[in-house]
Every structure is written in structure tokens, then in C-alpha cells.
Design a protein around this ligand. Sequence first.
Ligand code: SAM
Length: 281
Amino acid sequence: MAIEELARASDDLERIEVQLLLEAIYQHYGFDFRGYALGSLKRRLWRRAIGEKVETLSALQDRVLHDPAVMERLLLDLSINVTAMFRDPTFFRAFREKVVPLLRTYPFVRIWNAGCSTGEETYSLAILLKEEGLYERTRIYATDINDRVLERARAGRFPLERMRDFTANYLRAGGQEEFSAYYTVQGDEARFTDELCSQVVFAQHNLVSDAPFNEFNVIVCRNVMIYFGKTLQDRVHELFYDSLDQLGILAMGHKESIRFTRYEDRYEPLDAQEKLYRKMY
Ligand SMILES: C[S@@+](CC[C@H](N)C(=O)[O-])C[C@H]1O[C@@H](n2cnc3c(N)ncnc32)[C@H](O)[C@@H]1O
């Protein structure tokens, strides 16, 4: 076989292995990476294969399917846990201005922060609600599929080097205090006060396969569905619709939208730009 033919055959084989691995991940864990750009995906899959000391992507598939810890490590490699405090400050400003006044009318507020990753978004919500005098009568259920990130969220410790950016976000989001009042410095980490977690329950929940577990006034699920294909997105929208109270609020990420989903007509935009929607019917 000529060199070009050999190279093509090995490319084809790799493509088949990638497709089978992604299909296996989707069917077993619900993560849908099948529509991802192939180049960067391949690099990340190979990084994990080398980390697990296996020589082919088929061998990685075997490890991923039979050992959830390998799947967790692969998830981290695919770096879909990227998050920040007061990420997209304009969203938090809109939340403060448009959602908080509605929440004031409730005696008790239940919020579901779905796909909370390492907790930065949850702590941001807690800080915002505390400043608005609502935190004491709020319960935040912060969930993620990945146990490793939840452990980090519970610890409430974040790299000190990120505080500069987080502080800038906080101020742009309409923060009212000294941001540093919320944490103490321990070595190279910022340790957020326990008080900020007093009304938070961190728990594992898979949006793709787990059932509704409560009724909520607000669901914040940002930058999660962006990783899902259309069928999965529809399933998650059904879950959110079933989990929201009448007039409940759904908050999505800047690159996400309720438009063109089966539930589009059931919501009215509270702030279309910031992807804040209100369940009407
Ligand atoms: C990019 S992070 C978004 C974090 C945060 N919401 C934000 O916007 O900064 C996406 C998170 O969704 C979680 N996730 C992905 N698929 C999930 C699923 N099926 N069920 C629950 N969480 C999931 C990932 O583990 C990850 O922590």
C-alpha cells in the first residue's frame, strides 16, 4: 500500500474509533459530544488515552465505559467545567434588576442551579441574594453530573489568582460590597465563608437521565445545554418545564435559547438578551 493510502486508512480507523467512543459516552453517560469539532476533540481524547496509559481510542472506550472515574477525568480534559464568578456580569445585573423584585413577593424561594460545575455560579447567586436581603429565605439546589466538581464546590476554595477577574465581574454585575469581604486568604487560595453555603445543597444530578426532584421558582442552567444535541436539549427543556412553578423563571446562557424548542410558546421573555424567561402556561 502506498504511504498516502496507509495514512488514509489509519485516519478512517481513527474516525471510526472516535465515533464509537462518542456514541458509547452518549448512550452510557448522556454527554453528547457527537457534534463537536473533530480536531480539538481528537487532541483531548488522545491526551486522556495517554493519561490512562492505553494505546488506542477503542481501549479508552473500554476504560470509560467500565470505570466512571475515567469518564470524570475525561470530562475534565474536555474542559467543559469552565466557569467563573459573576460570569457574564450583565446577566447577573439583569437577574438583580428583573428577577429579584419578583422573588421578593414569595415567602420562600427555591432555586435550582443545574450544571453548577465547581460552584462559582452558585456562590455568585448566594452573594447576590444576600445583598438583596433574600438569602435567608432561599434554598439553592446546586447540581452537576460530575462528583469531582461538586467536591470542589462544597469546599468553597478557589485559586487566589482568579480573584482579580472575579472582583471585576462582581463590580460590573452591580456588586455592592467589598468583594474581598466574602473570603479569607489561605495560602494561594481564597476560602469563601461557610455562611454563603448555609442555604445551598450540592448534589449530583444528571439532566439527561434523572427525574424532576422538586418544584422551583427559578432554574439557572447556563452554558450546559450548549454541549447537548437537539434531542437532548428537548429532553432537558421538558425536565425544566415540569420542574418550574407557574410563573417560574428559566435562566440560560448567552449562547443558548428557548427559541425553536417545543417549549418556546410556554414562556415569555423577561429579558431576551440575557436569556431570562418566565413560564406562562
Ligand atoms: C461549562 S460548565 C457551566 C458552569 C456554569 N453553569 C457556568 O455557566 O459557568 C457545564 C457544566 O455542566 C455539567 N453537565 C454537563 N452535562 C450534564 C448533565 N447531563 N447533567 C448535569 N450536569 C451536566 C458539567 O459537568 C459542567 O460542570
